[in-house]
Ligand binder design. Structure first.
Ligand SMILES: [Zn+2]
Ligand SMILES: [Zn+2]
Length: 174
């Protein structure tokens, strides 16, 4: 039994290693045809949706910088966790993402800040004696998330993204 566990563990490690090498190779190939928009230098992928010039350290999102809409040739923008065409509004699959999603960190940061601000304002307007009862009523969190436009919808698709879980400190859904 112990032998099987050891073999399974080694197999998992080997697959992880292979995936990491495949991802690195994929990014190398995808970026090889492009150069830094600022100085023309070579690019390296930093993480999902982010690359950096090895000469001048300029950073950009390669999908937004190099990819265009396949239908109308429009420029793309990141909308919460997917790329859309600025001109025709179509969803566009990024060529620069290997196996994970990209998400708009700024969007989540702003929505979470708004949500916290609203909660503070709500509590400030309630007499102290009511706060204990109100905070019970505010549980569970989903009702609160629903108050933020688009957030729960976006979280649905992202709830198991490791970076987001770490960032929001959410329990991982198994
Ligand atoms: Zn550069
Ligand atoms: Zn388009």
């Amino acid at each position: 039994m112990r032998e099987i566990i050891r073999l399974a563990f080694e197999l998992t490690q080997a697959v992880d290693g292979l995936m990491a090498r495949t991802r690195a190779f994929y990014y190398e190939v995808m970026l090889s045809g492009h150069s830094c928009p600022r100085c023309g230098g070579a690019l390296r992928m930093l993480g999902e949706g982010r690359c950096r010039c090895i000469d001048c350290a300029h950073e950009c999102d390669p999908t937004i910088t190099y990819q265009r809409c396949s239908v109308c040739e429009g420029h793309l923008r990141l909308r919460v966790c997917r790329y859309v065409c600025r001109r025709c509004g179509r969803d566009v699959h990024s060529r620069f993402l290997f196996d994970t999603r990209v998400f708009d960190r700024e969007y989540f940061r702003e929505r979470m800040a708004e949500s916290r601000e609203r909660k503070r304002a709500e509590q400030a307007s309630v007499p102290p004696i009511m706060i204990a009862r109100r905070s019970e009523e505010l549980q569970p969190a989903p009702a609160h998330l629903a108050a933020v436009p688009g957030l729960s919808e976006a979280l649905d698709g992202l709830v198991n993204t490791p970076e987001l879980i770490a960032w929001l400190s959410l329990p991982r859904v198994v």
